[in-house]
Structures are given as C-alpha cells and as structure tokens.
Design a protein around this ligand. Structure first.
Ligand SMILES: [Fe+2]
Length: 551
C-alpha cells in the first residue's frame, strides 16, 4: 500500500550525508512532520523551523576506513532507500581508507533539469551526469568528497512552476517580484534543486561541503557600500535576507559542522534544548544579526581529510564595505584563515585547499579592470567619477578578490609564505577552488620567485546553468596579450598600486556545464574536468575535457 499523508511520516528531502570523519558522520533530512529519525541505530528528533521539520542525525562510534550501507527510518518505518531504486545502496564511507583521495567540485546549479524552462536551452546537468557515472563505477572509485562552491539555489532566478506557485501566495508585481521573498519560498527552491533522483542519491552517499555565493541571497550580494545602502533601504530586504540566511543555515551550514563543532554551536544547542518549539524566531534573530553585524556568525569552516585540508572561506557575508577600507573578509576572519593555514602546515598536510566561491586569480585583464575600478571608486568616492566607477562595478560584476585589493594581496602573501616554507614544511600544492563565473579554467602562480608549493587557481562553474555570450567573449579575451596591454595601460593611468604576484593560465577557458575532480595521491595532484553535453542523436554525454598534473 502506498503511504499517504496522515498515516506515517514522510521523507521530503535527503538524506544528505554531510560531515564524515574516521569515526562519525552526520545525516540531514527534511520530513513532513515531527518524528524520530534513525540511521544505523542512532536516533535524532526532528526540529521545527517555521512549520518545516528537519533532523541532523549524528552517527558516532564508526570504524575508520569502513563502508556501511545505511537506511533511514522515520518513527521506525523505513523511508530510504526508496523502493525500486535503481541506485546502489547509500553508504557511509568513513575517512581513513588507503589510496588516492578523490574530490568532486563545482558551483552554480540552477534547479533540477526537469523543472527549468526548456526555452532557456540549458545544457544537461553536470551533477546529474556525474551521479550516473559514479553509480556505474565500482565503489572503490567513488569520490571521497563533494564540494559545492555556491549558487546551490538561485533566489532571483526561478522556474515557471515556482513563479506560478509564488503568484498564488502574493502579488508578484510588488517587490521583490518573482524572487524568493521569505523562508517558505526558499524551502521550495531547495526542494526543487535537491529532489531529483540522481542528485539525491549522490548526496546521500558522497559527503558534501558547501558554501554560499551571491545567488543564495541576491545577485551581487554585498558588492559595495552603495549597493548595500540601496538594498537595505527597501521594505523587502529584511525578510529576504532572513529567509536566505536561515534556510542556508538549515539546509547547508548545519551539515558543514563536525559533531564537536555542533556541540559548541550555541544556536544548535539552543534548538536541541528548545523542547520542540519552533526555532524560526530564534534563527531569524541570528540571521538578522549576521546581516547587520557579520562578525556575529562565522560561516567559514575547516574540513580535515588526513593529508588534505579544506579551508572553506566565506567571501560574501563577512565583507568590510567602507569604500576606503574594503575587505572581502574582515581582519578577525582573515586571522582565523591564517591560523587555519598554519595549523594545516603544522599537521604536515600535503595538499591545502582554499574554497572560496569567488575566484582569486582571474584572467589578467579582468583582474586589471577590477583593480582599476576599485582604485577609482576609493579615490573619487562621492564624486562624479566615483559614481561612474560604482555604476560600472555593479553593471559588470567587478566583485571578485581583485575588487578587494588588500584582501587579494593578503591571501597572496599567505600562500607565498606557505610556499617558501616560512610556516613549516610546505605542502605539495595549495589549490584555490572557486566557481561563480560560469566557465572553467586553471591558472598557476608563477611569481614572486620559486616556491616549494605549487599554487593553483581552479575555477569550475556552472554545474547547471548557462553563460551569456558576453561572459564567453570577456573571459576568453581577458587572457589575451593585447587585452592585457590595454587594461595594463588603464591601470598605469589610474596609478593602481603594483602587485608582486604574477600568474599564468594553464588551461581553459571551458564553457558549458562542468564538474571538476581532484585526485590527490601522496604528494601528487591531478585536476580533471568533465563536461556534460549531448551527442548527435541528442543523448546525454559526460566527457573528460582535461586531465592535468598540479604537483
Ligand atoms: Fe552562478
């Protein structure tokens, strides 16, 4: 008999396998009502947020390097795996297995393919294709980790069905129009993005680490003080940002934390002790504080994977936007990043990964333009030229690390110190993983001087979206010598401070829906790039377009 509402609790979304270490794992679910959620005999009670129900089951006491199939039970009824699933059983594969560490990464996934407007002509979804290809491989070749670098949902680009649903609950001619307005609308975006069978299976089996970019909240989120002054003066911003940050906390951030971090997280502990009260108001207060006083919440975190370490950096929410002191993250958070890098070195890691949704090393001309624009904006703040620079900044999305010059240099100094061995034994590689720009490329730092660590920028985006023609042209031309000469002249004219950092393009740009893989084996590192497309008969294809050595 099929289950119907009213008889048994239903699993609405998940399970998502999130934090996994040698002895523990966390499993996240959304259910349709309060219930007990059981995974491998470990039980958690659901918590409630604005009438929605979630649980995070902490499964401890596992053996290192093991692989254990699991089921999810709600009030003792099995709800996962789904009946007749064609996928292998979902597994918890604890850290500590011998052999290469394989990590998949990408960003920018606009809804599930079946929900998007066919007129958008979006190519096949790289994450769906990847899930299918992983499911067909023997388990010992499955990736150890999945890293999602932002735009996991798009609050400001919606599908036709979501638009219709929004129109049934409010007047879309009033701001914010056909964009997510509150937590309820965000829950629909996550449902739409994470419920297709391929992605659902992949995320039930491969531990994931995530960070937001702008579209989880709004296009160009926190690009400048002027941008912020304008958006925060609207009457819809507060509900929007609270909905965005609360849903991010529930759907993404909670699973980024280890059991030890959960035990110290005041918000999580307050929810655990709230005796089934709706946590919505408390999370709203957290989100409100995070928006106006960013230092109150640290979204950045660290993942320990034996000889590989991921430092995931929030490059959106914690910015300092005063025009004469712009920083992509504030001093306190940058000191936290520096300490995390020093810890990684003293733990003797072979590969240091810095996750930041926004690329650090860009095509040279794009970098120059961002540096030029910031210099003019600062120098002429409040004057006509400054206002013009601000208009260009917002229109052309000049908002990456290069648009925050002092942060760009500070990360450079940190990685150069690392590569010179000034922090201890240098790792073989330092890899900056990014997304956002709707194409893929690899670049390597070549100056100043010889480093014992090879420092790369690896940018992979989108998993499921499209790139406007202007992006294709701009980011292709942006690497050319003549464009560099042109923007170099602009930089000189504006007397932009000189940088000692120099880099070269290694591969790309690649356009289309793509997913990157790292294969880290001892001190060796390889970067693979996969593209989703169609063959002549219209069948989906997932092809490898790059395999390059990084170490
Ligand atoms: Fe995107």
């Amino acid at each position: 008999m099929p289950e119907t509402a009213g008889t048994r609790p239903l699993l609405l979304l998940g399970p998502l396998l999130r934090h996994v270490d040698p002895v523990s794992a966390t499993v996240w679910v959304e259910t349709d009502r309060p219930c007990d959620v059981t995974v491998l005999d470990r039980r958690a009670r659901t918590f409630c947020v604005n009438g929605h129900h979630y649980a995070l089951v902490v499964v401890e006491g596992l053996e290192p390097g093991t692989s254990t199939p699991y089921e999810v039970h709600l009030d003792s009824h099995q709800v996962w795996p789904q009946p007749h699933s064609s996928f292998p059983p979902s597994r918890i594969r604890t850290a500590g297995r011998p052999g290469a560490f394989r990590l998949a990464f990408g960003s920018c996934r606009f809804a599930t393919p079946t929900t998007v407007d066919v007129r958008d002509a979006i190519p096949p979804d790289a994450l769906d294709c990847y899930a299918r290809s992983v499911a067909e491989q023997p388990e010992d070749q499955w990736p150890d980790a999945l890293v999602l670098l932002g735009d996991q949902v798009y609050a400001d680009e919606i599908t036709p069905a979501t638009r219709e649903w929004m129109a049934s609950r409010r007047d879309l001619s009033q701001p914010p129009g056909p964009q997510a307005a509150d937590f309820e609308e965000y829950t629909r975006l996550y449902m739409e993005s994470w419920s297709d069978p391929q992605v659902r299976w992949l995320m039930s089996t491969i531990p994931s680490s995530m960070v937001f970019d702008d579209h989880e909240m709004i296009d160009d989120w926190n690009t400048s003080a002027a941008w912020r002054a304008e958006v925060t003066s609207t009457d819809w911003w507060r509900r929007r940002i609270c909905g965005g940050l609360v849903s991010y906390w529930v759907y993404q951030h909670l699973g980024n934390l280890s059991p030890a971090e959960l035990a110290e997280n005041e918000t999580w502990q307050a929810i655990q002790g709230s005796d089934s009260q709706d946590a919505g108001p408390m999370l709203d207060a957290m989100a409100r504080a995070a928006d106006v006083e960013p230092h109150t919440v640290r979204w950045s975190y660290v993942r320990h994977w034996g000889p590989t370490r991921l430092i995931m950096v929030d490059s959106r929410a914690g910015r300092v936007l005063e025009e004469d002191d712009r920083k992509i993250l504030d001093d306190e958070e940058f000191e936290w990043v520096e300490a995390a890098v020093r810890n990684a070195v003293s733990d003797g890691v072979d590969h240091l990964l810095i996750g930041t949704s926004l690329p650090w090393l860009l095509p040279h001309s794009v970098h120059d333009l961002e540096r030029w624009n910031e210099t003019l904006s600062v120098r002429h703040a409040g004057k006509p030229l400054g206002r013009l620079a601000e208009k260009i900044r917002q229109a052309a999305d000049l908002e990456h690390w290069a648009a925050f010059g002092q942060s760009f240099e500070r990360l450079g100094r940190l990685l150069v110190d690392l590569g010179r061995g000034e922090l201890g034994r240098p790792p073989a590689t330092a890899l900056v993983l990014s997304g956002d720009v709707h194409h893929a490329y690899a670049a390597e730092l070549v100056r100043p001087g010889a480093l014992d660590t090879r420092v790369h920028q690896l940018t992979v985006s989108p998993l499921h979206n499209s790139a406007p023609h202007a992006i294709e042209i701009g980011f292709t031309v942006g690497w050319s010598r003549w464009a560099r000469a042109l923007t170099g002249a602009l930089r000189t004219l504006a007397r932009v401070p000189h940088s000692t950092l120099q880099w070269r393009k290694q591969a790309g740009p690649f356009f289309g829906n793509e997913l990157g893989e790292l294969v880290l084996d001892g001190r060796d590192a390889r970067f693979l790039l996969w593209a989703a497309g169609r063959d002549d008969d219209g069948r989906q294809q997932f092809t490898q377009v790059l395999d390059t050595r990084l170490s």
